[in-house]
Design a protein around this ligand. Sequence first.
Ligand code: NAD
Length: 382
Amino acid sequence: AINNLSAWMKDEHVEKNLVVQLDSAFVRKDPYGVALIIGPWNYPIHLLLVPMIGAIAAGNCVIIKPSEISKYSEALIAEMLPNYLDKDCFAVVTAGVEETTKLLENKFDYIFFTGNPRVGKIIMKAAATHLTPVTLELGGKNPCYVADQCDLQNAANRIVWGRFFNAGQSCIAPDYVLCTLETQEKLLPVLRRAINDFYGAEPKESPDYGRIINDKQFERLRALMNGGRVAIGGQTDAKERYIAPTVLVDVSTSAPIMQEEIFGPILPIVTVANLEEAIDFINARERPLSLYAFSCDNKVIHQLLDRTSSGGFCGNDTLMHVALVSLPFGGIGNSGMGKYHGKFSFDTFSHHRASLLRNAGLEAINRVRYPPYSDQKMALQH
Ligand code: NAD
């Protein structure tokens, strides 16, 4: 952001019409004022500081509100941030739901929220009281279509990485796989191999495999497993809040696991008859934050891209579109509104102020638009 700041901040000169030929017309990037940034508990530092960089770059003062659930990160941020940033302009507020409700009664100039869609609605309602603009970075169920013609081991590696990274607690993780029954049968052994390659025969012992954030989430996830038959994994340990990398088959689409965002290390496979049915399945549901499609045939990838809607899209991989800062990151519909990353962050936290600096003279030309509107003037205008 520092390296690009002078280019981002520059007034953007725009095309002019005949009337303003001698004037200066441009878009000025003004800060909004004070931005409130509310973060979730997964990636509790990244998801506060990355938007904050955009807000600071755009010239705003910032209040950040970490999640009270990831309490060690919350304490660390509250302790460290004032050591590095001007206390008059940048503040950390530690707050649970009750205090955040109070905090939201204040008038902010911008609110940037990352969290679940239910809370997103609460934030938007509070913002509406003051007509405060919002960005809502929400979650949902990210479909992952796997075509019959596909390098299945590569697909399995990339799906396993995306699903089980951070023990599945990623907003952009592939939430469920959509494929034919035939592909499912070929996919299961390669998914098993990928899990074994990455985390070993005992993922519980792997230093690269995470745990569930708290008991409430652990119990929620354990209950979700009842929505299908365990094909891989399924082991749990409540003491450690450990859930093995798990793949479910024979999943009922009316079970809670197919109704709510999983946000844990469980991957259900839903079988469909063909690509058409997969597209219908996706389009019958809320628009996801990310959509994934695996196929060796580019036409299939494009079918998915062209005929569905989602915040972001990644063909033949998972999560990787988010690592590219030249792409905007954000949801659509139930998965959110607004976008950030790279220059998009700067633009999100900037008011694009229309600016026209006119020449103070040349009044003879301007008289044409002033009353009285004589026939002679009207004729001139045509
Ligand atoms: P959450 O919505 O419960 O909490 C997010 C923040 O909102 C926290 O700081 C919390 O203190 C606050 N909050 C919670 N309830 C509130 C209320 N009633 N009033 C005011 N503030 C309230 O979300 P979470 O459980 O921390 O995070 C998981 C969710 O976030 C998932 O849905 C996930 O998909 C989503 N998420 C989205 C992104 C993204 O970039 N789109 C990234 C990470 C997580």
